[in-house]
Design a protein around this ligand. Structure first.
Ligand code: DAT
Ligand code: MG
Length: 148
């Protein structure tokens, strides 16, 4: 089953949005298979956002993502990578549709509350960066026959 890496960023943690965000993905029917509250070491932040290292906002981005605890998660389900991106909304909350996390709670691109992998390659890479194999839980849920 497809997996993706999602993370409530430091602004989302400070604004008490962990529960709301987890709730959205649970209610949709996705399965939580890993989660932890953590501070991101600078080296991990730079690696995670490596694709943006030449962008002018890279320094700010690393400072922001390391400015306080994040809630890192791995979610599983059919088409979870694309669907989670849709549920997050566009990168800039000003352009994100209502009903999405960023559209409902975000105001600026620099504080856009949630991260989600954008492809199967980045999902695999990011899950590997943030979680070890033994931190991911394999289990079945009773509701799956009502979801699929
Ligand atoms: P996403 O998080 O939607 O995958 P991205 O990978 O293009 O977006 O960028 C990573 C993060 O960098 C994004 O969540 C917020 C920040 N960012 C993107 N574009 C920015 C910009 N023009 N100015 C400041 N921060 C930006
Ligand atoms: Mg991205």
């Amino acid at each position: 089953m497809e997996k993706t890496f999602l993370m409530v960023k430091p602004d989302g943690v400070q604004r008490n949005l962990i529960g709301d965000i987890v709730n959205r993905f649970e209610k949709k029917g996705f399965k939580l298979v890993g989660a932890k509250l953590m501070n991101i070491p600078t080296e991990l932040a730079e690696n995670h956002y490596g694709e943006h290292k030449e962008r002018p906002f890279f320094g700010e981005l690393v400072d922001f993502i390391t400015s306080g605890p994040v809630f890192a998660m791995v979610w599983e389900g059919e088409n979870v990578i694309t669907t989670a991106r849709d549920m997050m909304g566009k990168t800039n909350p000003k352009e994100a549709a209502s009903g999405t996390v960023r559209g409902d709670y975000g105001m600026t691109v620099g504080k856009n509350i949630i991260h989600g992998s954008d492809s199967s390659e980045s999902a695999e890479r990011e899950i590997g960066l943030f979680f070890s194999e033994n931190e991911l839980v394999s289990y079945s849920k009773q509701d799956s026959s009502w979801i699929y």
